[in-house]
Design a protein. Structure first.
Length: 114
């Protein structure tokens, strides 16, 4: 079965479904079954919404590897201030995750084990 169209609410071909499902409608898909010779119209709707917080990538005390270039003096200074140490063998900085969580250094973590 092949899906040829994935429409968002408001696009041509979704008007009646938007009236029926309102803000709960996420997508309308048109699928084609060549074996049976039929077209299927499917909808993806929201049936439940509740608060969710993604799990932490690392524990606060876990040591993480951070990639910072030699010329990025300001970031290197932040790492040093956070207790980071240069690992010459791996050519990366190592620092406790809790010391850089929520900073611009967090996006530079090398995620090798996950």
């Amino acid at each position: 079965m092949k899906s040829r169209l994935n429409l968002k609410p408001g696009q041509r071909g979704t008007k009646r479904l938007v009236e029926k499902y309102g803000a709960a409608l996420l997508y309308v898909r048109y699928r084609y079954d060549e074996e049976r010779g039929v077209r299927l119209k499917t909808v993806e709707i929201v049936v439940e919404e509740k608060p969710w917080r993604p799990p932490a990538r690392f524990r606060e005390e876990e040591m993480v590897k951070v990639m910072v270039g030699y010329s990025e003096q300001a970031l290197r200074a932040k790492l040093k201030a956070a207790g980071g140490r240069w690992n010459a063998m791996d050519k990366v900085w190592q620092v406790r995750y809790g010391a850089i969580r929520g900073t611009d250094l967090e996006c530079r973590i090398l995620d090798e084990t996950r």
